[in-house]
Design a protein around this ligand. Structure first.
Ligand SMILES: *Cc1c(COP(=O)(O)O)cnc(C)c1O
Length: 404
């Protein structure tokens, strides 16, 4: 028997808040994956078609990544033993950074433990309290946290609204502080694409630093999945490109690409880099193998986009609101099914699971109140049969619940 800490009064207020979530119908339990992250897999002992993962290219269990990870365990063991700046930089970490820099055609790259730490660590390292951040209202939490940690002044522009961003830049153009414009490349909840080209123009006009978070664009947008800068032909115009190794790349980590001095500076000042242990060698090895696949198997990305087009079209034909009316329109494999009410959305998600489809319900505060949705994410590995079956289940369940 564990010690009965729950009878103590100290953390009672947390239990009260959980009760509040239960009353609202938005309390959740973690779904546990019993086997492999795949288009059809088993959560909580139930086999489902999986529309919830970020495993865009099916690399989570790709034989070449598995092999590379196993070989690295055999060659180098399981842990790196220290933070990068003390004794934890292994040859394979450097090899991965060089590989990504070549892939992105930039001078240098630094790999962090996650995309979250890459964003938060970078923004907080390069700005101080005299500086300004011009940030899209729907930017990821890791950017917001980095901005707060930096103590810079945060100016939020309306979603994808470059004209509004310019107004904010004008207001501060005579201030001495550094200015950072930052946007997600692909927005994770709506699947729309940030106006990287227009913001890059503003960065030049107002002498601001330009930064893009390509977590959902890495391996998805641009030639061979090079990301939003490649998609918009903005090479050489974006100072800081963040990407993740945890989504399409199939493993874990985040990276920052930019000039040699930016990366060297982050080696010296980014706190997650300085104060948290580096990746196990097996993770670095798996990521290296993944970039080989991006370079050599572009047909995976083509399949991802073919599946995306098909699935969106079928959902639209069935009469679902897949964004574009009261929410931004998806342009990528992230496709929301807008429901509106938080409780109904969570009930719909649970009913879909029971019927054999895993699709996450997302409600306030992750998305605005009244814009709750089921989020679906396509992968290159879903077959047409699986997609048709998922569509049939989603449509049938929605009709049963009077959503359609
Ligand atoms: C997922 C995500 C991150 C975090 O990446 P991790 O590697 O999972 O930590 C950062 N930014 C955006 C926009 C994301 O969607």
């Amino acid at each position: 028997m564990p010690n009965t800490l729950s009878s103590r009064p100290q953390l009672r207020y947390l239990s009260d808040q959980l009760d509040e979530l239960r009353r609202k119908g938005t309390h959740f339990r973690l779904r546990v994956l019993d086997d492999i992250q795949a288009p059809v897999c088993t959560y909580d002992c139930k086999k489902v078609i999986n529309l919830a993962s970020n495993n865009y290219l099916g690399l989570c269990d790709h034989p070449k990544l598995r092999e590379a990870a196993i070989q690295a365990v055999k060659d180098y063991g399981v842990g790196s033993g220290a933070v990068r700046t003390i004794a934890g930089t292994m040859k394979i970490h450097m090899e991965l950074e060089e590989k990504i820099a070549r892939f992105k055609n930039v001078e240098a790259c630094v790999v962090f433990q996650s995309g979250f730490t890459a964003n938060a660590g970078t923004v907080s390292a390069i700005l101080g309290k005299e500086d300004f951040i011009i940030s899209d209202e729907l930017n990821h939490a890791s950017i917001i946290d980095g901005a707060r940690l930096s103590r810079a002044k945060i100016k939020v522009f309306r979603h994808k609204d470059a004209a509004h961003a310019e107004e904010l830049l004008k207001e501060i153009q005579n201030e001495p502080g550094h200015k950072l414009i930052i946007t997600d490349g692909v927005f994770s909840m709506d699947g729309d694409i940030g106006p990287v080209d227009k913001l890059a123009d503003l960065a030049e006009k107002y002498n601001a630093i330009m930064m893009v978070d390509d977590a959902h664009a890495s391996g998805v947008l641009g030639r061979n999945g090079r990301g939003s800068v490649d998609h918009f032909h903005c090479h050489g115009r974006v100072d800081i490109q963040v990407g993740t190794l945890s989504k399409a790349i199939g493993a874990l980590g985040g990276y920052v690409c930019g000039s040699k001095d930016l990366i060297d500076y982050l080696y010296h000042r980014a706190r997650p880099f300085l104060f948290s242990t580096s990746h196990p060698p097996s993770v670095a090895a798996a990521c290296i193998a993944a970039f080989d696949i991006l370079e050599n198997e572009p047909e995976r990305i083509q399949r991802l986009w073919d599946n995306t087009a098909y699935f969106k079209q079928q959902l639209g034909n069935a009469g679902f609101d897949i964004g574009g009316k009261t929410t931004p329109a998806s342009e990528t494999p992230v496709t929301p099914i807008i429901i509106g009410d938080g409780r109904l959305t969570m009930e719909f998600s649970r009913a879909l699971f029971e019927a054999g489809v895993m699709a996450t319900g997302i409600a306030f505060p992750t998305v605005p109140e009244g814009k709750a949705r089921i989020r679906t994410i396509m992968t290159s590995e879903h077959t047409r049969e699986q997609l048709d079956q998922a569509l049939e289940i989603i449509t049938r369940t929605a009709k049963q619940m009077s959503i359609l």
